[in-house]
Write a protein of this length. Structure first.
Length: 518
């Protein structure tokens, strides 16, 4: 058991000597050298260990044999770490031999000492090449900077040598940051990029996420099937069984106002899709044509297909000039169009079944599609490498996180599954609690770093999960019929929209966002 005078903290888990030494290092790194020196003097604890002080003296004096001997007698150091440390010392030694014109001694160090170390051969070859160039060109520039190079070596060794010989760089900052990260990771409602106060343990309230109805939009005359915020968060687009789509403007006070009603479809509008630059909007009629709209003017720029053309979903490429279109007709497959209606590329044939939903990762690397109800196909657009995930139950929708790392699918088994795009997971994370059996329900990511998942539900409620928990942290009531789709504002983490069969769109916010607007 440790001497009680040598440990601090209510549980006696912190060694006083280590704690003070780390504080001294922090003071030095912050530029408070006088305070650091005073603390060293008052505590009798030095920031630099006795072994490191000896090494520092040997390096500054050019005592390379003594330096190498000191390194070799250090206990409890991994062989690969010792080799890395010796390589740095031999490199300095070789450089100084070259400076003095002792080419044979420099070559001897390279052949006998450096070559025998178990280090990356590329480092050795690089050192040999630099030795040749230094011999011919650089020596005149080295004169007068040997002391600087030796001090640089000391700094490099300080980063490589293990504790307790040295204190890991910025150790106190790392310890505090680890604690803060632990706070935010365990906080169910955390959704802020602001610095966190150290004065008290952190815990967010539910006012960090949208939980209160702040506005009800009633301009649609029938069931509202789809909502999606623009990428810049300035607009919301909605589509309805009433054969229209609407573009809404998000005002500075957090309220929405109607900007354009898009009304040239002959059938119900099943979905909308914003171009990445938010200047264009795609709308798809139910078993009908696809239309491209100018967002600012609210006019139709192009119509794709005809009444025999069945589009199930579309996904924009990052350049905002091309998009993918998936068809519920297997003969149509997936095609890539430009905004003028030219087909750029197509995937059709026996291996191309009915497309249920389609999306492209924001970074443009992957095309993800839902086929024949249960299959997820992830296509790398650069290499054409394809990965298939088979779910046990029919999938109704797909959504990708803003960082392109994850995607979620809604299943009619009343579960939402989250997969990683890169394919490292064998099993998905699962989220439960909402009701989905008969209808297409769409979910979305939201909040800071896509921390949250929101979904509609057949029981007229909106569900919100923290990604780390399978059970919802909030269940929002207000709609009177099935909630078909939700969309989280990507730039305002306290704003969520939900579309329902009750003919309304609800805008959800928090008490905090409302007080800030007022």
């Amino acid at each position: 058991m440790e001497d009680s005078s040598e440990v601090i903290g209510s549980k006696g888990l912190i060694r006083k000597h280590e704690f003070v030494r780390i504080i001294i290092q922090c003071l030095y790194s912050l530029g408070y050298s006088k305070s650091a020196s005073c603390l060293e003097l008052e505590s009798g604890i030095s920031y630099k260990s006795t072994q490191f002080q000896l090494l520092e003296l040997q390096i500054l004096n050019g005592d390379w044999d003594g330096c190498i001997n000191t390194i070799n007698i250090i206990k409890d150091m991994l062989d690969e770490t010792r080799a890395s440390v010796l390589f740095l010392v031999f490199r300095q030694c070789l450089l100084e031999y070259l400076y003095c014109g002792e080419y044979s001694l420099a070559l001897d160090v390279l052949r006998k000492k450096v070559a025998s170390l178990h280090v990356d051969k590329y480092k050795v070859h690089s050192l040999a090449n630099s030795m040749l160039s230094l011999k011919d060109v650089e020596l005149s520039k080295i004169n007068g900077v040997v002391d600087d190079l030796r001090r640089k070596l000391i700094n490099d060794l300080e980063k490589v040598l293990p504790p307790p010989i040295t204190v890991p760089e910025r150790r106190l900052e790392h310890l505090v940051e680890t604690t803060v990260t632990s706070w935010t990771d365990s906080c169910l409602y955390h959704s802020s990029s602001n610095a966190i106060s150290l004065y008290e343990d952190h815990c967010c309230g539910r006012d960090q996420i949208p939980t209160e109805t702040i506005q009800i939009l009633t301009e649609h005359k029938h069931e509202v099937w789809f909502v999606q915020f623009s990428n810049n968060g300035h607009y919301l687009a909605s589509s309805s069984y009433d054969c229209t789509a609407i573009i809404w403007k998000v005002l500075e006070d957090g309220k929405l106002t109607l900007k354009h009603t898009l009304s040239s479809h002959q059938n119900p509008v099943s979905f909308v899709s914003w171009s990445p630059d938010d200047t264009k909007l795609l709308t798809c009629g139910n078993a009908e044509v696809l239309k491209l709209w100018d967002v600012e003017a609210g006019i139709c720029k192009h119509t794709f297909g005809d009444n025999r053309f069945t589009v199930s979903s579309c996904a924009w490429f990052p350049d905002s000039e091309h998009f993918f279109c998936g068809s519920s007709d297997p003969e149509k497959g997936i095609c890539m169009w430009d905004c003028d209606g030219n087909e750029i590329k197509a995937w059709r044939g026996m291996r191309m079944p009915k497309v249920i939903d389609l999306s492209v990762t924001p970074d443009g690397e992957y095309l993800i599609g839902i086929f024949l109800d249960k299959d997820i196909r992830i296509l790398h657009l650069g290499t054409n490498a394809e990965r298939v995930i088979s779910e046990e139950h029919p999938i109704t929708s797909l959504s990708i996180s803003g960082d392109s790392k994850y995607f979620i699918v809604n299943l009619n088994s009343q579960e939402i599954h989250m997969w990683d795009v890169g394919g490292k997971w064998d099993k998905p994370l699962k989220y439960m609690g909402h009701k989905q059996h008969k209808y297409v329900i769409r979910s979305c990511f939201g909040g800071l770093d896509s921390t949250f998942i929101a979904s509609g539900s057949e029981n007229s409620q909106v569900y919100i999960w923290n990604r780390r928990n399978s059970s919802p942290i909030e269940v929002l009531s207000g709609h009177s019929m099935t909630v078909n789709c939700v969309s989280w504002n990507p730039k305002q983490p306290r704003m969520l929209a939900s579309a329902s069969d009750d003919h309304t769109i609800r805008i959800w916010g928090s008490r905090l966002s409302q007080s800030n607007a007022n």
